[in-house]
Design a binder for this molecule. Structure first.
Ligand code: KG4
Ligand code: ZN
Length: 337
């Protein structure tokens, strides 16, 4: 065993200011997350200007706390891994500027990380035996995609959503139903008391095998709610939540199984905020097992935004000799490829 490698991860792409220290890629020494959810809930969603300002207030205390909890100093850090996209540009710039300043002042290599790849790498922390190749279903607030992870540093995108992301659909339906932001966990809670077979919302399967579309399903739910309201009928919100959740999960599971069959891969991981959904985890685990594959998903705290996953992704880039220039800019529209 060679020298231990310490990576400081920094994440500020949306409404969580986060920093973490990870040793040798898979050992979490600290995981600090300062969430702004309470602030944004008053507005029913993330307000970019407010997010940037909160990140500025929180970024240095969060980084200090991550180093303190890990009991390491900057002198021991081998590289600083930071999210540079995708996300809100003003939010990204706060974490990125802090990372660059620390990297420059302390002569530590800087490594820019794609937030979505970070979500995929969150799985390595939960399952120490997991190794590429495997399939990944990325389901976050802004993205829905199926991807082959061929090795630690090469990925192949199989397909993504044409319109809304899965998390976005959860958030929009929750909003129409008067539930607080973020909508995913609220819908999941409400769905527990409902009947998933009560309402048959449409599932768009599309001709392109690995593409998704959730806008039709979203409109169907909104139309249903309006019609019931106009007819002055009482809506069973729990049934709506359960039926909508089932419709989304059905599409995600069916497409993922198609991809498992087409690629012959024997492991699939969940990535992004929606991977915290228990119905998705359970249904996908069952369906994967039927085709001889195994599901891995992150622990709840690593499903949503965090810096551990950024540090883990950074570790494997560091091992491959990747470094970013200090001119690295935020890229709000950064893609998975
Ligand atoms: O990955 P994430 O924390 O931020 C982005 O990178 O977008 O994902 C946030 C998304 C939100 O749309 C949120 O509603 C959804 O993940 N989400 C969930 C659950 N927890 C978070 N959706 C369904 N069920 C959940 N339990
Ligand atoms: Zn995310």
């Amino acid at each position: 065993m060679g020298k231990d490698i310490y990576i400081l991860g920094i994440e500020s792409s949306c409404d969580e200011t986060a920093a973490a220290v990870v040793r040798n890629g898979r050992e979490v020494l600290s995981n600090v997350i300062s969430s702004q959810i309470d602030t944004h809930q008053k507005f029913g969603g993330v307000v970019p200007e407010i997010a940037s300002r909160k990140h500025i207030e929180n970024i240095m205390p969060v980084i200090d706390e991550a180093l303190n909890k890990a009991n390491v100093t900057l002198a021991q850090i081998d590289a600083i891994a930071v999210t540079y996209g995708p996300g809100l540009v003003g939010a990204l710039l706060v974490g990125l500027s802090a990372a660059k300043a620390l990297a420059w002042a302390n002569k530590i290599p800087l490594i820019g990380v794609n937030h979505l790849e970070g979500h995929v790498f969150a799985n390595f922390l939960n399952d120490q035996t997991l190794e590429p190749p495997f399939l990944a279903l990325v389901v976050s607030g802004g993205h829905t995609a199926l991807m082959k992870v061929l090795s630690y540093n090469s990925f192949e995108l199989l397909g993504q959503t044409r319109d809304d992301a899965a998390g976005e659909a959860f958030d929009k339906i929750a909003r129409v139903m008067g539930l607080p932001y973020p909508g995913g966990p609220e819908i999941e809670k409400l769905a527990k008391a409902g009947n998933p077979e009560a309402i048959d919302f449409p599932r768009a399967m599309l001709d392109e095998k690995f593409q998704f579309s959730f806008s039709g399903m979203k409109s169907a739910v909104i139309n249903y709610l309006h019609k019931e309201e106009q007819g002055k009928r009482d809506v069973n919100k729990a049934d709506v939540a359960a039926s909508f959740q089932k419709a989304i999960v059905d599409v995600l599971v069916q497409k993922t199984v198609l991809a498992l069959k087409a690629t012959g891969l024997k492991e699939v991981v969940l990535a992004g905020g929606v991977s915290a959904n228990n119905t998705l985890q359970n249904e996908l685990a069952k369906a994967a097992e039927k085709v001889g594959a195994r599901l891995v998903h992150p622990t709840p705290i690593l499903c949503t935004d965090n810096a551990v996953m950024i540090a883990c992704r950074g570790y494997y880039l560091h091992q491959a000799g990747v470094k970013s220039p200090l001119e690295l800019n935020a890229n709000p529209g950064l893609k998975l490829e």
